[in-house]
Design a protein around this ligand. Sequence first.
Ligand SMILES: CC(C)(COP(=O)(O)OP(=O)(O)OC[C@H]1O[C@@H](n2cnc3c(N)ncnc32)[C@H](O)[C@@H]1OP(=O)(O)O)[C@@H](O)C(=O)NCCC(=O)NCCS
Length: 332
Amino acid sequence: MLTEQGETYAGILGIGAYRPKRLVPNAEIVDAIDSSDEWIQQRSGIKTRRFADDSETVVAMSVAASRDALAAAGVDPRQVDCVILATVSHLLQTPSAATAVAHELGTDQAAAFDISAACAGFCHAVALGADLVRGGSARHVLVIGVERLSDITSPTDRGTAFIFADGAGAAVIGPSDTPAIGPVVWGSDGEPKQYDLIRQREDWRDVLVADEPVMPHLTMQGNEVFRWASFSMAKVALQALDRAGVTVDELDCFVPHQANNRITDAMARAMKLPPHVRIARDIVDSGNTSAASIPLALERMIRDGEAKSGDVALLIAFGAGLSYAAQVVTIP
Ligand SMILES: CC(C)(COP(=O)(O)OP(=O)(O)OC[C@H]1O[C@@H](n2cnc3c(N)ncnc32)[C@H](O)[C@@H]1OP(=O)(O)O)[C@@H](O)C(=O)NCCC(=O)NCCS
């Protein structure tokens, strides 16, 4: 039997983003949850977020972010061999959003599939994409993180309404002359108590037999999530650095899932990040966009000059499942 011969190294070649047009300040959220702008900013760091309109679908936002990423990478859509789309808010059980995106972009019938790893989805997709390139199954992989969480967040839920938001980010992964995507450190904890910490509240089958059917919404036990993320995820982040052979002193950028600025602060403290490390803070005006948060934050840092080509960045994403993934990457 013959086997595939892959590339020695893979890297991120380009990053793109799509931010929905409508900005939603805290003032628009607070009345329904008896909260205040001050409380939300103090507890999460969020000032504004973006909610998608009807035309800004999961597929449309993904296509827009992907076009940016392909242009930044200088890769033609017909060179894309595989599209991996991470989301929890494509509300069709099947088919996947990825096949529609691959078609709209004009790929040559690229392999395409969705993955569900919640807020950790993008880092899972980066790990898969890098391995596909190194294993020889694909030369260029387009990875997308996209969410319309406003569809599945209750505006009256005090624990989630001010956190979750919409958007899309994408990255093109392809051959690299140097190691530019480090080993992934990933895992899960589906023990029943942890499984329920962040979840869709109702099973669709229960909704259908209810007297007054409601759209299933996300629910979160914020306190427990906060503790888990702040303490356990700093260790995972340090393991990812270790596996890549990078010290905190050699790190240029820290790009954690934009869950909550206080979680980011707690992780940075636990990891003893030196002051020169630039830390992503896209959450302030993007909210928590789950699978989209890391590519959105990366795009923002590159655009603002906070992350430069060749910089070493640590990505770590975590969320429902519970699931997590982290890796070191070189900024394209
Ligand atoms: C959601 C979160 C901000 C809530 O903060 P918290 O300190 O845990 O809140 P608690 O539920 O313990 O409530 C503390 C107080 O705030 C109040 N409160 C809760 N939600 C509120 C809201 N939206 N607005 C105003 N007050 C609120 C509570 O009533 C309580 O008041 P009390 O002390 O008078 O009883 C916090 O748990 C958190 O950030 N968790 C992590 C969430 C996250 O990042 N998830 C993404 C992971 S992917």
